[in-house]
Write a protein that binds this ligand. Structure first.
Ligand SMILES: C[S@@+](CC[C@H](N)C(=O)[O-])C[C@H]1O[C@@H](n2cnc3c(N)ncnc32)[C@H](O)[C@@H]1O
Length: 460
């Protein structure tokens, strides 16, 4: 059921996306009405959270059933503290051996209160996926808010609420009710950035367990398509693998886990403080085969064998598999109620992705596998990149993906039906209203995902 307005985008961004989803090839295949309907559903589902939470289980440390049991026990403890305990369902994914799924309960009927706390959009999205409100995310609160007060939490849709506001009349959406864990003065007036939980959600609009501190080495929150990427890459023990855009390291850690921590996973990211996140995640998941470096991956190829060190740049043909989980416009993320990005920003990623692709192909051994993925829905960053890559690198061929639980590639980039079938596009708009009502859980978990794209190539 839809409770939020469609995602709010700049008008020229909406027009651009519409031209993508109503391109000539799509119109010829499904007709104007169906194409228009899919586009409207896309805008609606993007502002809503998926209807389940996906947990990647550390099956390199314990059996799935054991992790499921421990998770059940931990979450039961949490629910005993919550005001409305639900029957806890933790279901293994029918095809993916290291995934547990938990249905999200929502939207639930929750009565709004007169005391309002306003949070930023990013914090709001986290709350819709089961998080409590962390103090740095709070923008506004009642003037005399004290620890223990019941408050309604709203997300500021347009980024207009100023920090420290006592009331806010701009566009906002209701996320549920919680109990303040801090006085207003602690949040805004101590001079130091506030830390910890500011509002503990007790009656969220969408209820799913909070995973904060729950089985940190065994249960890792990750969107289902991101888990699929690791399996599609197909790493094997003993291999040398490059993750070119790795931070915060969710996929890096999955790759290392799939290799049983045997071999080497080189993780690069150009942002220095994000490298610490990769290392922290590797440590938390007890993985030792990961080596993380701060580096611009567009410059990761070296031509000088004499200068070889453990880290980048690397000689050509150095890796058995390469993951290019590319920086992208991120338009598939859910929930996302609004993006203020300009059309120029949205369109800025294609050239960078191509530069990274050049590096990826050079660093991959012959016979090696390259996986390209994004969390966006445009053709320019997905199918058009595949068409360009097949044209630019005759050594590359598209490969079938296992598992393939998403839809096939989208029409519009001139790819053949056979090529489109080899691509995996997670397209929540294709089943948006069915997923909400008719499709049984966990089946709907495969379609009610973030928007995501995966292509797998072999270097011949
Ligand atoms: C989609 S995110 C990666 C998410 C990550 N693979 C995961 O699963 O946790 C893209 C990352 O690319 C990094 N990035 C952007 N440009 C880069 C470049 N030229 N070289 C290396 N990393 C880059 C960004 O800092 C960002 O962390």
């Amino acid at each position: 059921m839809s409770v939020f307005p469609r995602i709010s985008l700049k008008p020229d961004v909406t027009e651009y996306l519409k031209s993508v989803f109503l391109n000539k090839e799509v119109l010829a295949a499904v007709g104007q009405q169906e194409a228009e309907c899919r586009f409207q559903k896309l805008l609606t589902c993007l502002s809503h959270p998926p209807s389940y939470t996906c947990v990647r289980a550390s099956t390199h440390l314990a059996a799935l059933e054991e992790i499921r049991r421990q998770l059940g026990e931990e979450l039961k403890k949490q629910q005993m503290c919550s005001s409305s305990p639900e029957d806890l369902q933790i279901l293994p994914h029918p095809r993916i051996t290291d995934v547990l799924l938990l249905p999200v309960d929502g939207p639930r009927p929750v009565q709004q209160l007169s005391s309002e706390v306003v949070v930023g959009a990013q914090c709001g999205s986290a709350v819709l996926r089961g998080a409590h409100v962390f103090a740095p995310g709070i923008l506004g609160s009642p003037k005399y808010m004290k620890t223990g007060d019941m408050v309604s939490v709203f997300s500021d849709l347009e980024g207009r609420c100023t920090r420290g506001a006592t009331s806010f009349q701009g566009k906002k959406v209701f996320l549920g009710n919680g109990v303040a864990e801090m006085d207003r003065s602690t949040i805004f007036c101590t001079g130091e950035p506030p830390r910890g939980i500011g509002v503990r959600m007790v009656a969220p609009l969408y209820q799913s367990p909070s995973f904060d501190g729950v089985l940190p080495s065994l249960a890792f929150l990750q969107n289902l398509p991101s888990v699929v990427v690791g399996h599609v890459l197909g790493p094997r023990p003993g291999e040398r693998i490059l993750d070119m855009c790795a931070a915060p390291g969710g996929k890096t850690c999955h790759i290392a886990a799939l290799m049983g921590d045997q071999g080497e996973v080189v993780a690069l990211d150009r942002i220095r403080n994000k490298i610490d996140r990769i290392r922290q995640n590797a440590q938390m998941l007890r993985l030792q085969s990961i080596k993380a470096f701060c580096f611009n991956s567009t410059q990761a190829v070296s031509s000088d064998p004499a200068q070889q060190t453990e880290g980048p740049p690397f000689l050509p043909d150095s890796f058995d598999r390469v993951l290019l989980d590319a920086p992208c416009s991120g338009l598939g993320q859910r929930p996302n109620m609004a993006t203020t990005w300009s059309l120029k920003e949205i369109c800025s990623y294609q050239p960078l992705q191509r530069k990274l692709f050049h590096t990826a192909v050079q660093l991959l051994k012959k016979g090696g596998v390259l996986v390209y993925s994004t969390c966006t829905v445009t053709l320019a960053e997905n199918e058009e990149q595949v068409a360009w890559a097949l044209d630019t690198f005759p050594c590359l061929t598209l490969q079938p993906q296992e598992p393939h639980i998403g839809a096939e590639g989208m029409l519009g980039a001139g790819l053949s039906p056979e090529q489109l079938r080899l691509l995996q596009r997670f397209s929540p708009e294709l089943s948006w209203d069915q997923t909400q009502t008719t499709t049984a859980f966990p089946g709907r978990a495969d379609s009610d995902t973030i928007g995501f794209f995966i292509a797998k190539f072999l270097k011949n």
